[in-house]
Design a binder for this molecule. Structure first.
Ligand code: R5P
Length: 293
């Protein structure tokens, strides 16, 4: 059985179709004081997959605590979490003495509730794989960059493909993966972040005048990284700028600022529900779930 939450219903239906399994929804109620009540189907089969992305993560982590424990009580013996977006992955070390290393703590917490955690493009920077923070090879990290690459390539004639631009060094992996089967070429910028909304992006010295470019990244949140990359690209005289991200978090007025920065279109996967979703991760998740069985 696939157990999901109503606010991720389109991906839940697509995933249940791909898995060819029963789909049920967890009912949620929020009390006036902010507490949450959840209700699951009263009898669960032995194998259950729970779909819950961790965008706006704090409430959802509590939901997973309540739903994960309850699923066990209701009969689930093997419980998989399919979390297309895994939050708290960027704080992977104590940058200042005393800071919580959220990545290790959150992955450890999920590992205490679920037998397996499947996610897409988690922000693993200083560690090579989820195994380093989750005991027993129970974490599976997939990448949706090839799907974005295929989408991007389909938008141009084969003889005039755009240039992929990774806005920071960490984006090199997504530029490479998106280009592997499509022939898309790319370059990677250097980013300096001084605060949540204070970043600068420098392009490498390469003539890109007149090129169509697509900025590709794992996650866009405030949009500042993309806006700064777009400003640097405009200065170099590119013909057009589009954006492709795996996880479209886009808080507040981020999309409006992207449009003001001269970006034509924003494309994303449905790992996080957003109006920019054009590529579904359902088959990717379904394959990984089947491979784990
Ligand atoms: C971090 O390095 C990520 O890959 C993204 O570049 C970053 O999280 C984007 O954040 P924002 O949209 O707030 O600049």
């Amino acid at each position: 059985m696939l157990l999901a939450f109503a606010d991720e219903s389109p991906l839940a239906h697509a995933l249940a179709r791909e898995m060819d399994c029963e789909l049920a929804f967890v009912e949620t109620h929020r009390f006036p004081d902010g507490e949450i009540r959840l209700r699951l189907p009263p009898a669960l089969p032995p194998r259950v997959v729970m779909l819950r992305g961790l965008q706006q993560p704090n409430d959802r982590l509590v939901q997973l605590l309540l739903a994960g424990r309850t699923a066990r009580e209701l009969g689930a013996r093997h419980l998989t979490l399919a979390s297309p977006y895994l939050a708290y992955m960027r704080q992977d070390m104590a940058f200042q003495p005393g800071e919580a290393v959220s990545q290790r703590i959150v992955v450890g917490f999920l590992g205490s509730l679920f037998d397996r955690v499947i996610t897409i493009d988690p922000h693993l920077h200083r560690i090579a794989s989820l195994d380093e923070v989750m005991q027993g090879s129970r974490g599976v990290a997939l990448t949706a960059a090839p799907l974005l690459g295929a989408w991007i390539a389909s938008q141009w004639p084969a003889d005039s493909l755009p240039l992929l631009v990774g806005p920071d060094e960490e984006a090199e992996q997504w530029v490479r993966a998106a280009g592997e089967r499509t022939g898309l070429q790319g370059l990677v910028c250097r980013k300096t972040r001084r605060g949540d909304r204070d970043v600068t992006v420098e392009l490498p010295a390469q003539d890109i005048t007149g090129r169509d470019v697509v900025i590709i990244d794992d996650v866009a949140s405030t949009g500042h990284t993309i806006v700064q990359a777009a400003a640097a690209l405009r200065e170099r005289g590119v013909a057009s700028i589009d954006v492709a991200v795996v996880h479209a978090l886009f808080g507040g007025d981020a999309i409006e600022r992207l449009m003001q920065a001269g970006i034509r279109q924003v494309w994303s996967t449905d790992a996080v529900p957003h109006s920019s979703n054009v590529v579904t991760v359902a088959p990717l998740l379904a394959r990984a779930i089947a491979d784990c069985d």
